[in-house]
Design a protein around this ligand. Structure first.
Ligand code: AKG
Length: 285
């Protein structure tokens, strides 16, 4: 199930997002969870690198104590922690294992869903998609934080716009209670309201914002609960968010972002830059 019908394509173009239930089987979801379990078991994050990642401007800037760890995450697996997991001494807080309270960026090439993603990208008409970033988000029970309203192109800026696409895969049911995605349908057609840019090398903080996020009208957001195995396509400019997970169940997802490289310039001011060792890998192999 990876080819889109014309009505699905039209819906995606109108809304800026599209839910595809049943993209992965339950077994494939479990396999990915086991794989991430191994990566986490081997994780070693020095205390000074224990960074909380946030889409919120003030929190983003506060996180810059470990600027290098964040800015050099493009070609490595990096671990970012939920807000409030550490106390003022940097120690784990509360009974939850710290191992679960983070996002992990890692290369799509290690991911079993690659073939399906390729077929899906082809049916969207992408000619030279490259993988710019991927994340595993645990959204742990009672800890998983709010993801503030944002457009992905604020962080992954291209010229022209409209070249970034998220593929967000639910490895567990994402519900109203555990922090499913919410979208403003049709909000992908008015450009980008703010951009996160790199500061000159060696400056602190390492990034800043141009422009500001408008106060989005909360009543415009529609919830998008999905079952385990669903894939949600996310246009790079559609406004989306997720609420805090106050429930007893985690909401684990694997999400990655593609850029159509044909005729596109990746902004040299983006926080995330390809490296000589690992240029953005092509999706089609
Ligand atoms: O999973 C979430 O809560 C947010 C993910 C997101 O914003 C994204 O993948 O672009």
């Amino acid at each position: 199930m990876a080819c889109l019908s014309s009505s699905q394509l039209q819906k995606f173009r109108e809304d800026g997002f599209l839910v595809l239930e049943g993209f992965l089987s339950a077994e494939e979801c479990v396999a990915m969870q086991q794989r991430i379990g191994k990566i986490v078991a081997e994780m070693d994050v020095p205390p000074h690198c224990r960074t909380e990642f946030s889409t919120h401007e003030e929190e983003q800037l506060r996180a810059q104590g470990s600027t290098d760890y964040f800015l050099s995450s493009g070609d490595k697996i990096r671990f970012f922690f939920e807000k409030g997991v550490f106390d003022e001494k940097g120690l784990e807080r509360g009974p939850q294992s710290w191992r679960g309270d983070m996002e992990i960026s890692w290369s799509l090439q290690r991911n079993p869903s690659t073939k399906l993603a390729m077929a899906l990208a082809r049916s969207l008409g992408l000619q030279m998609p490259v993988v710019v970033q991927s994340m595993y988000i645990f959204k742990q029970p009672h800890i998983g934080g709010e993801v503030f309203p944002h457009q992905d192109a604020s962080f992954l800026y291209t010229e022209p716009l409209g070249r970034v696409l998220g593929m967000w895969i639910a490895l567990e049911d994402a519900t109203l209670e555990n922090g499913c995605l919410w979208f403003i349908p049709g909000s992908h057609t008015s450009g980008v309201s703010r951009r996160m840019v790199r500061a000159p090398a060696g400056s602190a903080p390492g990034t800043s914002f141009l422009g500001s996020e408008p106060a989005w009208d909360n009543s415009l957001f529609v919830p998008t609960p999905v079952r385990r195995g669903a894939l949600v396509l996310i246009h790079g400019e559609v406004v989306h968010k997720s609420k805090q997970n106050l429930s007893d169940r985690s909401r684990q997802v694997y999400t990655f972002h593609l850029m159509e490289a044909s005729g596109t310039t990746w902004s040299p001011e983006n926080w995330l830059q390809p490296t000589a060792e690992l240029p953005f890998p092509p999706l089609y192999t």
